[in-house]
Design a protein around this ligand. Structure first.
Ligand code: F0G
Length: 485
């Protein structure tokens, strides 16, 4: 799809256009505001603990929630159900080889399983370090489980919420060179996360992949790419990096395959299915992984995935080569970011992949980070709209080994747009309610933990408002919206 073209509108406003139609639907329900308050209270003000039946627009994540195509669903019916040697697996393996050009494919039940396996084979001593553009929650948890330390060396603009830098996920090359110069023997591996999740789904340039690969290989270091959010990143390489404008997506994927030693991914994101896997050329590392996959995941021809999911993934990966498919979410996100920016509402710019990210640190600048502004904004938005976002700020960080609480670099509320799921009117509703909340932001107070798990506390932690601010917010909503849901 080298010749990707946009549809131009006759009127002034250019709108994103879906290149698919809806053929199966799921009914939605928007509870009245008093019931929404009850639901979020029962959920300990943690949107992970909400029941989906109480959610109107589920913008928690794109993980396992992307809409599947007719071809994916059809392929699921052709799955070859067998424990060992399934034809379904060989079809998936061949597709991976075609798109990444890699020799070995080790299946796993999802992205974090790949991270667990990789940490086991690549981390040799507890005092090692893992330089990367930025951590992801599960990545860091697995690396620190083995005592190693994550070193974030993203370019400075990566941590500036507002910027016009097209590739905010790039690694700072000088920082990488310096770490190699001073601590080369301590480096377990170097990692790039495509579509850098926690800084707002921000992409990495091909130029950066090339340079990081060269630096790593000159120093004899293993270069790992987390391709979970690669679909969005491919779209940005093609639209923001001039020399790739006419290069087919599959060529870009193969180039990433050639540059890296290991590619792993969550198929809940890449490929719009469920599952995951590790792709690599190195026989020695593949050999080590082959010993662990049957132990933790399942036999080598399924690795914890159902055969139906593997069929859906094979087709989903093929569809990722189509710009009509991978452009949909970034274009909707861009629309949301443009509209919210026009209303002067602080959002992460430029628009990235994965979702629209509200800058809670600025929106709720009256809240200090120990009152969890991103968590408070997530709770408030659910109350006033039924929309479920995800806190990506201090609550998503883990405590330091000495028990102190590190404040996140960014306090974001992520409104994920799973691929092909929401319509433009649902996006417009979201913009409208975020705007109302912004106008009434001084009513939003903080949160405090009532139950705080030790590991990945954001998943199960429970919090309570630190004053009666939620009652006041509901009062104002009723005064402004009357009987409206
Ligand atoms: N790497 C990245 C960049 C991710 O975004 C995720 C998951 C994983 C690894 C782990 O994959 O969920 O299949 O085990 N991100 C989800 C999210 C959970 O909502 O952002 P997984």
């Amino acid at each position: 799809m080298a010749d990707f073209k946009e549809i131009k509108f006759f009127g002034e406003q250019q709108l994103p256009m879906e290149m698919h139609k809806v053929r199966i639907i799921q009914k939605l329900n928007l509870l009245p505001i008093d019931e929404r308050v009850k639901s979020i209270t029962e959920a300990g003000n943690n949107t992970f603990l909400l029941k989906n039946k109480n959610v109107f627009l589920d913008m928690l994540t794109d993980s396992g929630t992307n809409a599947m195509s007719d071809k994916q669903l059809a392929a699921m019916m052709t799955a070859d159900d067998s424990y060992a040697g399934s034809e379904t697996f060989y079809r998936l393996e061949a597709k991976i080889r075609e798109i990444f050009g890699t020799k070995h494919f080790l299946p796993a039940h999802q992205g974090r399983a790949c991270e667990s396996l990789l940490a086991q084979i690549l981390i040799e001593r507890p005092d090692q370090i893992v330089p990367m553009n930025y951590h992801f929650t599960t990545t860091k948890a697995h690396i620190s489980r083995f005592g190693a330390e994550v070193l974030e060396i993203i370019i400075d603009e990566g941590l500036e919420a507002k910027s016009d830098k097209p590739f905010k996920g790039d690694i700072n090359l000088d920082a990488l060179r310096y770490i190699i110069k001073t601590r080369k023997d301590d480096i377990a591996f170097v990692r790039i996360e495509a579509g850098t999740n926690l800084i707002g789904g921000q992409p990495v340039s091909m130029q950066n992949y090339r340079e990081v690969s060269k630096i790593c290989h000159d120093a004899g270091l293993i270069f790992v790419v987390d391709a979970s959010l690669l679909a969005d990143n491919l779209y940005f390489i093609k639209t923001r990096e001039a020399e790739y404008k006419d290069v087919p997506i599959v060529e870009i994927m193969r180039e990433i395959g050639r540059l890296s030693d290991i590619i792993y991914f969550s198929a809940r994101k890449l490929g719009c299915a469920r599952g995951g896997g590790i792709c690599l050329n190195r026989d020695d590392l593949a050999e080590k992984l082959r010993e662990l996959v049957p132990l933790y995941e399942g036999f080598l021809t399924y690795g914890g995935m159902s055969v139906r999911e593997m069929e859906a993934l094979t087709v989903g990966l093929d569809e990722t080569l189509d710009m009509d498919m991978i452009s949909q979410a970034p274009q909707f996100i861009n629309h949301m970011v443009d509209e919210l920016s026009a209303l002067n509402i602080p959002v992460v710019t430029p628009a990235g992949g994965l979702g629209c990210h509200l800058n809670a640190k600025e929106i709720l600048s009256h809240l200090s980070q120990d009152r969890y502004p991103a968590g408070a904004l997530a709770s408030a938005l659910y109350i006033i709209s039924g929309i479920r976002g995800m806190e990506r700020g201090t609550i998503s960080e883990q405590r330091n080994p000495d028990g102190t609480e590190p404040f996140a670099n960014m306090e974001l509320l992520r409104l994920a747009l799973p691929r092909r799921v929401f319509t433009l009117s649902q996006v417009k509703y979201t913009i409208d309610r975020v705007n109302w909340l912004y106008q009434n932001r001084e009513l939003v107070g903080g949160l405090k933990f009532t139950e705080e798990p030790k590991i990945l506390r954001f998943f199960f932690g429970r919090l309570a408002p630190d004053s009666n601010w939620q009652e006041k917010l509901v009062e104002k909503f009723k005064a402004d919206f009357g009987e409206s849901l």
